[in-house]
Ligand binder design. Structure first.
Ligand SMILES: NC(=O)c1ccc[n+]([C@@H]2O[C@H](COP(=O)([O-])OP(=O)(O)OC[C@H]3O[C@@H](n4cnc5c(N)ncnc54)[C@H](O)[C@@H]3O)[C@@H](O)[C@H]2O)c1
Length: 297
């Protein structure tokens, strides 16, 4: 049977850790050549090596794609190495702080504008001329927080609402070129961000985040990658302007329904991908990246 991305070329930003690692590996396993893009401090090289070792095609791009020239370089790498571009996944993002707004660090707000919004804008802008040539598509990372708003992380939800709104407008604008544009809206996923040991949530927020999910558990990176795969593939040929939530039902949830789910129904599915970097994510302000904010922010 033909693999679902056979012959396609994809860029996955933030592809070195968490959900991005799963997207990169899932796409490669389905036949795509993948440009795995991340910051110098991300395990991009390891993910590329792991894909190559399993017989896939991949190359790494190390750089900060919120910067126009680096976004253009990343896209050019796909063209130079693989000859074209079919899919752009705007998955790069950051989640550096939780606080009520009057105490929310301005630096963390700017950091999210840079790494959640500028990255998506710059990569989309650089990729579109090539996606128009292939009638390709874009899938970007929204969030349930972008749909519902979330206390303690209100600016984060705002950046994700921007991504979701941006994608809808772009879907209409680009349809005449044959380019589809969609979003995935994850709920709480089992990456560095949703654990108090590796992210900015305290234990109360972590517990309420999981118990607020009707299914009573975090999603896995692979469960999210499966939906990216569908939207990026030709199977979704009539889907554009959509946001597909992968959230265990949390966008419909009130109170803490997850508390009522028995433990045997909270088990995550067994993984089929060899994921190793789920908790290597970016959940704090990294000074070397903050220092490259050159947008007058
Ligand atoms: N984890 C969740 O619960 C969750 C929920 C909703 C949405 N999301 C979205 O999914 C995406 C991935 O989240 P994750 O949990 O896997 O986090 P993660 O930190 O593991 O992955 C994000 C990656 O993006 C990279 N990145 C950030 N800024 C960059 C830049 N300027 N240039 C290049 N790379 C950059 C990071 O260094 C990191 O490797 C994010 O966009 C996030 O908003 C995650």
């Amino acid at each position: 049977m033909k693999r679902r991305l056979e012959g396609k070329v994809a860029i996955v930003t933030g592809g070195g850790s968490g959900i991005g690692e799963a997207i990169s590996k899932r796409f490669a396993a389905e036949g795509a050549a993948v440009v795995v893009c991340g910051l110098d401090s991300d395990p991009v090289r390891k993910v590329v090596d792991e894909i190559l070792q399993s017989g896939g095609r991949a190359v790494g791009y190390l750089g900060d794609v919120s910067v126009e020239e680096q976004a253009e370089d990343c896209v050019q790498l796909a063209i130079d190495d693989f000859g074209k571009l079919d899919v752009l996944v705007n998955n790069a993002g950051v989640f550096p702080a939780t606080a009520e707004l009057d105490k929310y660090p301005v630096e963390a707000f700017e950091y999210m504008i840079k790494n959640n919004i500028y990255t998506t804008f710059m990569m989309t802008r650089a990729a579109l001329p090539f996606l128009q040539k292939t009638q390709g598509n874009i899938v970007s990372a929204g969030s349930e927080a972008g749909q519902m708003g979330s206390p303690m992380i209100t600016p984060y939800g705002g950046t994700k609402a921007w991504v979701m709104s941006f994608s809808k407008g772009l879907a209409v604008e680009q349809a005449k070129y044959g380019v589809r544009v969609n979003c995935v809206g994850p709920g709480p996923i089992d990456t560095a961000w949703t654990h108090k040991e590796t992210g900015p949530m305290d234990s109360k927020m972590e517990k309420n985040t999981v118990n607020g999910v009707p299914m009573g558990r975090r999603g896995t990176p692979e469960e999210v990658a499966n939906v990216y795969l569908f939207l990026a593939s030709d199977e979704a040929s009539y889907v554009t302007g959509a946001t597909y939530f992968v959230d265990g039902g949390v966008t419909l949830s009130k109170s803490l329904p997850g508390e009522e789910v028995p433990s045997h129904l909270k088990q995550q599915p067994s993984p089929s991908l060899p994921l190793k970097h789920g908790k290597d994510g970016h959940a704090e302000i990294r000074q070397e990246v903050a220092g490259t904010m050159n947008h007058g922010l």
